[in-house]
Design a protein around this ligand. Sequence first.
Ligand SMILES: [Zn+2]
Length: 341
Amino acid sequence: MANCLLPGFINTHVHTSQQLARGIADDVDLMTWLHRRIWPYESNMTEEDSYISTLLCGIELIHSGVTCFAEAGGQHVSGMARAVELLGLRACLTQSTMDSGEGLPGSWGTRTTEDCIQSQKELYTKHHDTADGRIRIWLGVRQIMNSTDRLLLETRDTAEKLKTGIHMHVAEIPFENQFVIETREVDHGTVTYLEKIKFLRSNLLAAHTVWVNETEIGFLSRAGVNVSHCPAAAMPLLMRCAKSVLWDNEIGSLEVGKKADMIVVNPFSWPMVPVHDWISSLVYCMRSENIVSVMCNGHWIMKNQKILNVDEEKVIRTAVHASNELLKRAGIQIPNRMNVI
Ligand SMILES: [Zn+2]
């Protein structure tokens, strides 16, 4: 049976910084998740932690056939950029910004709107279009509950000036919509408000965006907003994903003149055989076990399931150590939920 060549997958919402946080915040409500686990974790991260976390995350992405991803927003973009450059991946990297809201960790609570915009401009100057054009810098807004109107509007205008994208969590939970109704005087949630302040544009990548009504779907559609719904394991093979990361002129399909981002799929193993209909098998059966080689920007970054640019075992060892140290620093203790003999 022949192998199959596909365009590299594009993951439109990746938290590279949270890779070292696996298992620290499952089965808790979203507010506990944020305030008691993820924020203390993220605010204690160093740039080196972010680098290690992105390396580990990148290894998973490459094994999954991903050649390009959109970072959802973390604190140390320079650490991410160093890892992406080394791994050989393509990415839209984003700093997570917040300039208001309750319960923020001490070091974040003092950040002004100017700080948020200025630091992103500096990151753009330093990293945009680096690593042979594989790295792009986007603007980031964590979510509306931690953003002033000024931050939203300046983010919109700065992204337009720099001709880049904006990545933001939008209408993720019912509480968010309720919060917006109470604090911003609109009759529905985040999307209604973003429409009101003319924030919705085709360079916006809205993540999650599940708590929307029919009118709001109309707003998103008319503005051409890209939505990343993030169902677990969703990795559509469509040009639509390349459009979402504003890169469809160069990637997203195998065509003469486009960048060589592609993956080799070997269907001849238990997840995929027998193959009667290629589309069916690729969409419903293929697993990372079937992805044997990955090329990004014309260079192999995995061959015969071996990651080429980093030592996978060494990254794993380093990541386990860094993660334990980070949790200690952040004072996060995970309850033991299982008897171990
Ligand atoms: Zn997210």
